[in-house]
Design a protein around this ligand. Structure first.
Ligand SMILES: Cc1ncc(COP(=O)(O)O)c(C=O)c1O
Length: 407
């Protein structure tokens, strides 16, 4: 292995010298600092952990131990699995059409499900969702908790013009939300537990994008976000008032890593959600208001040298979801000064890296990468090695390593 001049690289290489790449690590010092920063940014409002952005039970437990409260799960089978592992206060962030999981939740199948039913809340935004829960066997004697998902998008010209935001819930107005709340209240097999509205276009879009036109694009994004944020704060308060007049709400959830302080400042919001800020993948480098510490990395071995200026590592094509683009590619970060090859990008089995530092790499050296998103990295590895200071202190399974591929 070549001499590592960079102390960050030297520390990672030394801590993991006994491991054969490919492997993934999480730096616990960075993870803990990021958890503390999310809580600081929330200014005292509870932060619910978005589990999709972690996908490692030991690290979910660590984040909860650090002060995050409750879990925003991504599928119902995942929530049921976490509940069986003793977790509480699980809100499934996305609606489900999984009949078997709904039957399990409703308690029709399996024994001893009652307590689990009280610990899991499912997302709804339409009658179809309510009907599916009834069809799964929920009853007045065994009611299922539901959370109303309300669209947080921005319609600058009212309903007739462009709609900015993720295409999720059809419920946009206080009247539409209250109407579905009344429908829920009229069904004895359901309990209205909470309300969620996630502003993806604010929380998940950085206002400091990289690139030549980054400053211009950043100003436009920041302008859109503050106009939308103002509209949303007013509408969210009206939605919460209208729904609360139908039934009391245990929680009102909003936001994500990119909007923690803004969302937490709204009086109508009782808790914010966040997860990505713990691993701090590359997409979260692009925000002006906070700078998380990169905590999750993966190491790939150099396996060949096609030419003096190119080193090729094994694997690497761990692309992030979303609209395809350069920002979804993993980024080689150590040694510093490496780039992906424009033509090959991150490859299925091999990834060439170029740049000055590539000249110094030898077969057997490691290249350290960061993923563009957080939990998706864990779908590529059975385990993550937890580093503290200069050593691996524990190796823990990812969801995948526990045989659980929920998505
Ligand atoms: C419903 C919901 N809430 C919150 C978040 C924020 O999660 P993170 O902090 O990992 O970006 C997401 C992310 O997609 C989401 O879908």
């Amino acid at each position: 292995m070549t001499e590592a001049a960079d102390p960050a690289r030297a520390r990672l290489d030394a801590a993991t010298a006994h491991l054969e790449p490919p492997f993934a690590v999480v730096d616990l010092d960075a993870f803990d600092a990021n958890a503390a920063d999310l809580l600081r940014r929330a200014g005292g409002k509870p932060v619910r952990l978005a589990s999709k952005s972690v996908r490692v039970r030991a690290l979910i437990e660590r984040a909860l131990g650090a002060g995050l409260q409750g879990i925003l799960a991504f599928t119902l089978p995942e929530a049921l699995w976490l509940a069986r592992h003793g977790h509480d206060d699980l809100v499934v962030a996305y609606p489900t059409a999984d009949r078997a999981a709904l039957r399990e939740l409703a308690g029709v199948e399996g024994g001893g499900r009652d307590r689990i039913r009280e610990r899991v809340t499912v997302m709804v935004d339409s009658r179809e969702h309510l009907d599916a829960i009834r069809a799964a066997g929920a009853s007045a004697a065994a009611p299922v908790r539901v959370c109303l998902d309300v669209d947080a998008g921005w319609w600058p010209l009212g309903g007739r013009g462009p709609r900015i935001g993720a295409k999720r819930s059809p419920l946009h107005t206080p009247a539409a939300a209250a109407a579905l709340a009344r429908e829920i209240a009229a069904r004895p097999e359901l309990v209205l537990d909470g309300l969620m509205s996630y502003e993806a276009h604010i929380a998940g879009v950085g206002d400091r994008p990289p690139g030549r036109l980054g400053a211009l694009a950043g100003a436009a994004i920041a302008g859109m976000q503050s106009a939308s944020g103002r509209e949303l704060a007013a509408r969210r308060a009206e939605v919460v008032a209208a729904v609360s007049a139908v039934a009391p709400l245990r929680f009102v959830n909003g936001g994500g890593t990119g909007s923690v302080e803004r969302t937490a400042a709204e009086a109508a919001v009782t808790e914010v959600a966040a997860g990505s800020g713990l691993f701090a993948p590359t997409l979260f480098d692009a925000y002006r208001s906070f700078t998380p510490r990169p905590a999750a990395l993966f190491a790939l071995p150099v396996v060949r040298r096609p030419s003096a200026g190119v080193a090729t590592v094994l694997g690497g094509g761990y692309l992030a979801s979303g609209a395809a683009g350069g920002d979804r590619l993993p980024r080689p970060v150590l040694p510093a000064g490496l780039r992906l090859d424009r033509q090959e990008g991150a490859g299925e089995v091999q990834t060439p890296v170029t740049g000055e530092a590539a000249r110094t790499l030898r077969v057997g050296d490691r290249v350290w990468f960061r993923h563009a998103k957080a939990g998706e990295l864990c779908e590529r590895f059975d385990a993550v090695h937890l580093i503290r200071g200069g050593a691996v202190v524990e190796t823990v399974p990812t969801y995948r390593g526990e045989g659980c591929t929920f998505l």
